[in-house]
Design a protein around this ligand. Structure first.
Ligand code: CA2
Length: 139
């Protein structure tokens, strides 16, 4: 099974800033653990701070991946374009948020991209990415 883990803006700073919200492990460190944990899967990771680059990556995923785990970062709350891309590609996307967006500022409570995803996992820390992969495997 081939899985793409796609991360949006500012997630490259995880582990370096605001540890009280996001913890102190970087995504790169965590994804090394994930790749060892799910050795039967081929897992690629990609991060961008740019909406169009994320949309291009979703388009390029067609025919290449069986599932996508996506943390759209702040774009979850603003981007109809990313939600459209998720709907367009026909690959199951599981949305992950490290923090519990429903217990934070009100402007984080709604996610356009989650409406297009098959499932949303929030507030489980970095382990939410593993839970999303398990969901895709079982699906
Ligand atoms: O909880 C999540 O995973 C989020 O997607 C993280 C986003 C935020 O905009 C979403 O509402 C929820 C932020 C990405 C990380 O931003 C940082 C900001 C300061 C220091 C470190 C990371």
């Amino acid at each position: 099974m081939k899985i793409l883990i796609l991360n949006g803006p500012n997630l490259n700073l995880i582990g370096k800033r605001e540890p009280e919200i996001y913890g102190n492990q970087s995504l790169d460190e965590y994804f090394e653990v994930v790749k060892k944990r799910f050795q039967d899967c081929k897992i690629d990771t990609f991060q961008s701070n740019h909406e169009g680059v994320l949309i291009d990556k979703l388009h390029e995923a067609m025919g290449k991946y069986d599932g996508i785990v996506m943390n759209p970062g702040g774009y979850a709350h603003t981007s109809i374009a990313l939600a459209d891309a998720i709907r367009a590609i026909g690959i199951p996307v599981v949305e992950v948020h490290i923090s519990n967006i429903y217990e934070r500022e009100e402007y984080r409570h709604h996610s356009y991209t989650a409406e297009a995803a098959v499932k949303s996992i929030v507030g489980k820390g970095l382990e939410g990415y593993s839970e999303a992969i398990l969901y895709l495997i079982k699906k």
